[in-house]
Design a protein around this ligand. Structure first.
Ligand SMILES: [Zn+2]
Length: 276
């Protein structure tokens, strides 16, 4: 089996928003040899910090374990992050031959390991598993908690996997899902995204100031950037021109978010810039 470049399309069938994390189609510890099972995880990431603060760790790894750590990330809002199309280090050693790194897909859902699961995130979790079962011809019984196939692991916490699998099976068979159904309505961010222009090098308008303000608010503007500017930070924030310095900061932000580092502020970059 090659790299699983269909995973983003599979995720979109859930009806939940999907972000294709830059480079995902060729990311992996080699290609995925086969898909016989699905393993559900929680990230044990920070309790706060936005929708999917574990993105960089899941994509790049942590000391002692290289990334990618799973194919998918699942944000608290039900947003699906497609991180890798190749093999990921999400379950070793496995007690099940269908759920090894080489034989299964991993989903890392954001949760600190004890906080309640938002209903919308559980809805997306079930639907993503159901669409993966459909895509790879798997019964819902092949969806396992990490703790079911690796006795040293606790995740994902507090999800009754028998109930979860029953819901996945109902979805695969076309029955309505229990609990919240359908994608969430558009957020205020999605509404205003349609109004915002593409910002690129050389542009000179009011929206450039919005980019500057968002980058600063998100901690992507080190003091060295405005140290030599008249009025310092205030002067920098008021500048309406998109210069090389700003484009470099945009690239840094895009790198941190795992989206394409093109230096352009379009919908894919406006969304995380404006995320509440
Ligand atoms: Zn796990």
């Amino acid at each position: 089996m090659p790299f699983l470049t269909q995973l983003a399309d599979v995720a979109r069938r859930t009806g939940h928003p999907v972000t294709e994390v830059g480079g995902w189609k060729t990311r992996g510890h080699g290609p995925q040899p086969e898909v016989k099972g699905i393993v559900c995880h929680h990230t044990a990431g920070p309790a706060a910090g936005g929708d999917y603060p574990s993105l960089a760790v899941v994509r790049d790894g942590r000391p002692g374990l290289d990334g990618p750590l799973s194919h998918f990330g699942l944000g608290r809002s039900g947003h699906v992050y497609v991180i890798a199309a190749g093999r990921c280090w999400h379950n070793a050693p496995s007690t099940s031959p269908q759920h090894t790194n080489s034989s299964s897909i991993g989903i890392e859902a954001e949760n600190d390991g004890s906080q309640p699961w938002p209903a919308v995130q559980l809805d997306a979790y079930r639907k993503l598993c159901a669409e993966l079962c459909r895509e790879f011809g798997l019964p819902a019984s092949r969806v396992k908690a990490h703790r079911e196939v690796n006795t040293a692991k606790p995740d994902p916490h507090s999800i009754d996997m028998n109930d979860f699998r029953a819901a996945v099976a109902a979805l695969v068979n076309g029955a309505p899902a229990p609990g919240p159904t359908g994608p969430p309505g558009p957020t205020w961010t999605e509404d205003i995204l349609r109004e915002l222009p593409l910002i690129r090098l050389g542009d000179d308008n009011y929206d450039v100031k919005t980019v500057r303000g968002c980058l600063f608010a998100r901690g992507h503007v080190p003091p060295t950037v405005y140290a030599g500017i008249q009025d310092g930070l205030e002067g920098w924030l008021k500048t309406t021109q998109c210069d090389n310095g700003l484009v470099e900061l945009v690239r840094g932000f895009q790198r941190a978010e795992g989206i394409d580092e093109d230096g352009l502020v379009g919908p894919a970059t406006w969304a995380p810039l404006l995320r509440v």
